[in-house]
Design a protein around this ligand. Structure first.
Ligand code: AMP
Ligand code: MG
Length: 448
């Protein structure tokens, strides 16, 4: 078979043409964190829906305390108390009056500002008398003014003659949260494709939702191929290695919010792999194989794609590692045939599977691609290559600069380079790169 190599960009472009439209499902709010929103959240009402007190204090008419000063105290009669959660007061605040309000309580009509508790002097009812003017001795001494206890039923104005003294003016609107100040009715708060973080959950909860429409993740299965592979738990044996690709891929998918199944290990026999493909194409949206995709005597992936009438999107990459990486359509499923070496599978997953899976999950294309940045290489990278090479690196911030260093020697068979890697850098064809070179960095731990 002729296997014409394609560039990384071309390979991805071909893959993204096959993204199926995502399906929706509803999940409880508690399970929605990390899922992708499927429907816009449009504000059904103003938030807050009523004028609320922003602080504990006294609701007043700003014009009443306009002339207040340290040496010009103004006395206001306290005509009621409203706690957060109480219905609005049954009477407006009139001239010379104040209503004690708690944070979050409805501000009574007539009042247009809330004086902070700390900015008033309470005047004990007994000392207050009725004349306006100077604060009482008790008030100056800071006798604590206790809110009167709540009556049953609605919030009623109180007949009490308690009073407060204010010694500074207040701006109209101060400490009053107007209806719609936070959110206006009809405003689009969240759009489909948004990953639901805790702040978004709070927003749904603020509108009283108990469930939310999210996209259903594609059904993904990981198939390991190779006679050399062992399942965990079995004793090591000469010539054998434990399957590390499948657990790595399942973990990487899980970090994207996509649960994946494992089919297990398929030996290098065409009947075994053929049976797996026939069984899985109708049950999954995405099949990921590792190994068996080269042109070796025991590489059965390509002959089987042909036998099953699959449509090959590409069968060779113009990059390292993972030159034999191939992608095909098998029925309605996508087959990502990743190269066997651990770094090759890892790179192939991030560059090709990840954008597809995220798009299938409803993430918009620009955010489904690997996030990238320009970074500075901290050490020389000395491996010459005729093809672009993708190398696991660790990036960090050096002040405002992003700097990277390879986590190993850029050998695709070396598994230890993967664990510390938080990025992948692209080394262009040539003799390698000197220290200080600017490199293209794919960021592994950034999410959409
Ligand atoms: P292949 O492309 O099938 O010839 O695989 C190339 C090499 O990749 C194998 O010889 C193994 O060393 C390695 N390999 C393949 N599959 C896995 C796997 N699931 N886990 C770890 N290493 C693997
Ligand atoms: Mg193999």
């Amino acid at each position: 078979m002729e296997r014409t190599p394609v560039s990384m960009e071309e390979a991805l472009a071909r893959i993204l043409r096959h993204v199926p439209p995502p399906l929706k499902e509803r999940v409880g709010l508690a399970e929605a964190a990390g899922r992708i929103l499927a429907e816009p959240l449009v504000a059904e009402a103003d938030v807050p829906s009523f004028r609320r007190a922003g602080v504990d204090g006294y609701a007043v008419r700003a014009q009443d305390v306009l002339g207040a000063a340290a040496d010009r105290p103004i006395r206001l009669r306290v005509v009621g108390t409203v706690q957060a959660g109480d219905p609005p007061l049954d009477r407006p605040v009139g001239p010379g009056e104040a209503v004690r309000v708690m944070t979050g309580a409805p501000v009574p009509d007539g009042a247009d500002a809330v004086v902070m508790l700390e900015h008033v002097e309470p005047e004990a009812p007994a000392d207050g008398g009725d004349e306006a003017g100077g604060a009482s001795e008790a008030g100056k001494a800071g006798v604590f003014f206790k809110a009167e206890s709540r009556g049953a039923g609605g919030r009623r104005a109180e007949a009490s003659s308690a009073a407060i003294v204010v010694r500074r003016p207040i701006e109209t609107g101060k400490n009053v949260i107007e209806p719609g100040e936070d959110v206006r009715r009809g405003e689009r708060l969240l759009s489909p494709g948004e990953r639901l973080r805790s702040g978004a959950i709070a927003l749904f909860a603020a509108y009283g939702y108990s469930s939310v429409a999210v996209f259903r993740p594609p059904r993904v299965v990981v198939i390991s191929t190779g006679d050399e592979l062992l399942e965990p738990g079995v004793p090591p044996a000469p010539g054998k290695i434990y399957d590390s690709n499948a657990p790595m891929l399942v973990a990487a998918l899980r970090m994207l919010g996509v649960p994946a199944d494992r089919y297990g290990i398929v030996p290098d026999r065409p009947e075994a792999l053929g049976a797996a493909f026939r069984l899985l194409v109708d049950r999954y949206d995405v099949l990921i194989t590792t190994g068996g995709v080269s042109d070796g005597d025991y590489d059965w992936v390509h002959p089987l794609i042909a036998e099953l009438g699959g449509e090959v999107l590409f069968s060779r990459l113009q990059m390292k590692p993972g030159q034999p990486t191939s992608v095909a359509r098998l029925g309605r499923a996508m087959l990502f045939a990743l190269a066997g070496y651990p770094v090759a599978s890892f790179v192939g997953f991030h560059l090709f599977v990840r954008p597809f899976v995220l798009s299938a999950l409803g993430v918009p294309p620009e955010r489904a691609r690997m996030p990238e940045a320009e970074a500075t290489l901290e050490v020389p990278f000395g491996r010459p290559s005729k093809l672009p090479r993708v190398v696991p690196v660790r990036y960090r911030f050096d002040g405002p600069r992003l700097v990277v260093r390879p986590t190993g020697r850029g050998r695709s068979s070396h598994i230890a380079e993967l664990a510390p890697a938080n990025g992948l850098m692209v080394v262009p064809p040539g003799e390698g790169l000197p220290e200080g070179a600017a490199v293209r960095l794919f960021v592994l731990d950034a999410f959409d």
